[in-house]
Design a protein around this ligand. Sequence first.
Ligand SMILES: Nc1nc2c(ncn2[C@@H]2O[C@H](COP(=O)(O)OP(=O)(O)O)[C@@H](O)[C@H]2O)c(=O)[nH]1
Ligand SMILES: [Mg+2]
Length: 265
Amino acid sequence: MSSKPSGPGARPAGEPVALPADWAATPLTVVMPTYNEAGNLPGMAEALMALPLPGLRLLVVDDSSPDGTGEIAEEHVRRFGPERMGVLHRAGKEGLGRAYAAGMQQAVADGAHYVLQMDADGSHPAAKVPEMLGVALATGAAVTLGSRYVQGGTLSEAWGVHRRLLSRWANAYAGTILGTRVRDITGGFNLWREDALRAIDLASVDSAGYSFQVEMKYRALRRGFGVMEVPIHFEDRTVGESKMNLMVQLESVTMPWKLRARSRR
Ligand SMILES: Nc1nc2c(ncn2[C@@H]2O[C@H](COP(=O)(O)OP(=O)(O)O)[C@@H](O)[C@H]2O)c(=O)[nH]1
Ligand SMILES: [Mg+2]
């Protein structure tokens, strides 16, 4: 499903919306975990810094990538300045969930009003960030998802039938076990209001890997926070390799059951 914008007020695809000046200045930290993303990080940093969001700060969370991503991130901090970008260096690879939890805690402690999770591999469109912030501010939603599975959301043309079905199935699996109506519960492009993150208590999150995405949304829903979904186009990574492995897949299979059992106790 893809629809071209048309009519009055339509903007060309890929163009960010212009928010009112005081909205655009909202303190927003983008938390971006990296493991061997040397080929992707420079383009991501540039795209984010070019957005019409003067309140945006980028926090890279690098797990000592052997390919030197952490050093490349430091070069960009020197270029853009420490007000606009920072790096959290961690000792070793502990999983995407642990990296996000650490980075999001630091972002909140440093005074962000909103925190956005975003992968470094180009899958998540930077141009959508102002729209997601605008939706969060306009609706008061504590959680605003960049969603592949609401009307207008699209997947990379490179995804074959098998991968589309697997992704759909994984979403339905977690959603059914947990009894939620969130349409993209496994997605990783999520904007959080600071008070929701405090209420969730990031330090106590169980997931080390990708099930972090599901666990976080479930925790928010259980605490009564409102969730909005904004359609995005999800692109495939073109540079570097996926860090998905059997361990994190197993965790994703068992985590919804764990969360459900815990919530019934
Ligand atoms: N710091 C850190 N980042 C990670 C880790 N695992 C994955 N990432 C990052 O998390 C993001 C998503 O990972 P990716 O491999 O693209 O997952 P996929 O899209 O599901 O294949 C990328 O920016 C990765 O570099 C990890 O253990 N530590
Ligand atoms: Mg990816």
